[in-house]
Structure formats: structure tokens, C-alpha cells
Design a protein. Sequence first.
Length: 403
Amino acid sequence: MPLDFEITKEQEELKATVREFSEKYLVPRVAEFEEKRMIPPEIVKEMARLGLFGVVFPDKYDGLGLDPITAGLVLEEIVRGDVECSLAVTWLVHTSWGYVAYKYGSEEFREEVIRKAARGDLWVGIATTEPGAGSDLVSITTTARREGREYVINGEKAYISGVREASEKGTWFKEGGGHVTLAYTDRSKVHRGMTLFFVPLTDPRVSIRLEKELGRKGWSLGSFVMKDVRIPETYRIGEEGRGFYVTMEGFDHARAYIALTCAVAGKRALEIAADYIKQRRAFGQPIARFQGVQFQLADHWSSLEAAHALAYKALWALKMEQEGKMSRFEVTRIAASAKLFAVRAAKAALDDALRWMGAFGYTEENPVALAWKAVKSYDLAEGSTDIMRLIVAREYLGKEYIK
Ligand SMILES: Cc1cc2nc3c(=O)[nH]c(=O)nc-3n(C[C@H](O)[C@H](O)[C@H](O)COP(=O)(O)OP(=O)(O)OC[C@H]3O[C@@H](n4cnc5c(N)ncnc54)[C@H](O)[C@@H]3O)c2cc1C
């Protein structure tokens, strides 16, 4: 396949559909996401009606069956309309972890859960983090005990996206949702004793608590406690003892989409700031005429262009892996590099862009400030910046240098 940045006519048509949705539903209402701390449910429902929650699921299960690059084109249009990134988070978590749940889930699970996820009737989240374990996943304490054809799950997950939306049936998604949840089935085997399960947050034995997050406030962040939650064995995702490895694969997907989110939110916010400094005057001329500002803008725009291209390389790597042409390790390294670079490029760009906007930059309704808070969250979510560095370094230096 030749290296080619061109997109097909079908991809352009899909982009145009999402752009229309984005301009009509997102652009006029983004500030409301923050103020009300929620995405208006009708927006999520419209997105489901357009099939946008089913992008990567096979058509056999009512999805669109598209590849990760085409999915990236969809995400790009969502982010351009919502630089505050709540809807981007909603979409990318569902798309990444829903795909992994589909890939490793049983046929019964696909029929029962994935079909609903692809139709946009059910949302899929991810729950690895706990009050005592984030980067260091081996320290989680959640357990799953097998009883006949069920598992009984106990534990607490913390700083989890979408807990409110997943726990309510009918408000955002007809069936609410659930989280791909990491637990120990055999603690003595350390990471080889971990298993993944789909835990519906609508289960009465799950209780949630909300956090007051700093940015991207439209999609909730919180914790949930599971007390003797019983789920059928068909809700196990992958084999017992493979949970850690399947989780790493899910991270690759999420990190590639996050890299794209940060690059696009950064570029869109830079455009907004550039429009402002063309109008705003100081010392008798528009601020955009000062070369000190122009040089910063040129540097940031170039970094974000590079971040954008690297994000698509990561999505391309996922596609290559799906076609059996690239190894998992290579995909992991590229996805980690893409996230590492894009988060830093976007943070640096938006920090300067906020300053160019003066005091107005430091107000809550300023879209550049909203984008800055959103990209900042990716210093942590789906693996911290330090962990991205560890992954890239490990792939280059070898495992003997980094555990
Ligand atoms: C907005 C937001 C949304 C999130 N959504 C979800 C979600 O949906 N599901 C979910 O499971 N989790 C979610 N998280 C949690 C996220 O995955 C964790 O914050 C992340 O993995 C880091 O874990 P921690 O916060 O416990 O930090 P810690 O692991 O306690 O780390 C604290 C700091 O130490 C650094 N550090 C740790 N180990 C090393 C090391 N070996 N070398 C160098 N530095 C190190 C880290 O980089 C970090 O900066 C979310 C977080 C945020 C902020």
C-alpha cells in the first residue's frame, strides 16, 4: 500500500455527515456541557441515531465495520465541534474498549451486549484504576470469584469516566452501560492472575459516587463500589488470567484516539486564539503583528501538525495489526509515542494561546481554556505521561532495563 494522506470519497462523505452534526449540535452548546456538568441527552441520542457509536463494530452486530483510520476521521469532526472534549471522551472510550470487548467477548456476549453497544443503546467504559492503584495495576485489590456459571465481584474502582451515564437507563443510553473491569481471579499469579469482565453499572449491587473534575465536565468522573456483584460467565472478556494483556491492547486503541483528540483540540483552539489576536490590539496594532507571538504560533502549529500525523500513524498501526501485518509491541510503542507527543504539544500550545488572549483567556467560558483543561486530563487518563515514556524507553532499550 503506498503512503498516502488522501481520503476516499466514502470517508469524505462520512466526515461531512459528522461535521454537519458537530456544527448543528456541538458548536452552539459546548459551554452548556461545562455549566450543567452534562452532555444534553438529546445530543448523545442523535449521535446514536447517526450510527456513530457503532463505527468500529462489525456489521454482523449492527455496526459500521470501519477501520481505525476512518474512525479517527469521525473523531476529528467531533473534537472540532467540542474542543472541551466531553463528547470525544464518550466516543473514544466506548469505541476503544467496546472494540476490545467485542474482540475477546464470547458469542453470547456479542449478541447480548455488543449489538446494543453498536446501535448506541448501551455505553461501554473502562475501569482499571482503584483508590490505591493507578499506574501500578498489579496493586489492584478487586477480586472475581467463580461460582458455577457466574462470577462474584467485589472491589472499588476510582476516577472512572462515565459512571453516572452508565448507571442510568434511558437518560443517555436506552440500556445505560457498563465498564470493562479488571479484577484478580488468582492473586498469587500477579499480572497473570488478572481477568477482565463487563460489569453493568445498572446492577443494584453497584453504587456510584461522583467527583468534581477540573475539565471536560460534560461526561461524569467518579468511583463505583461492587459488593457481591454477580455476573454470568459469558461477561468475561478473554480467558481467565489474560486480563492484564487484553487491557494493554485496549490502552493502545484509546491512546491512538487520545493523541488525535489532543492534536485536533490543540489546532482548533489555536485557530480560535489566532482569530482573537488578529482583532485584539495593543500598542497601536493587532497582537498578531508582534513577531514574538508569531514565532510561538508557528512553533506550536508545527508541533501540532506533527502530533496529528503521528496520531494517524498510530491508527494506521492498529489497522496493520488487525490485518496481521504488525506486532502488538510495535503498535504499543507507536501509540504510546503518539499520546506522549500529542499531549505535550497541545498543552504547550494552549498554555501560550491562553496567554495571548490576556485576561479573557483566563475565564471559564473561553474555549481555549476549556480545551486546555481537557488536554491536561490526558497527562493521566488511559496511562500517565510518565508511563508513556517508560513504554517507549522499554521498547527501545529492552525489558532488562525497565520492569
Ligand atoms: C479525567 C480522568 C479520567 C479518567 N478516567 C478513567 C477511566 O475511565 N477508567 C480508569 O480506569 N481510570 C481513569 N482515570 C484514571 C487514570 O487512568 C489514572 O489517573 C492514571 O492511570 C494514573 O494513576 P493515578 O492517578 O493513580 O496516579 P499514580 O499511579 O499514583 O501516579 C502519580 C504520579 O506518579 C507518576 N508515576 C507513577 N509511577 C511512575 C514511574 N514508574 N515512573 C515515573 N513516574 C511514575 C505518574 O505518572 C503520576 O504522574 C482517569 C483519570 C482522569 C484524570
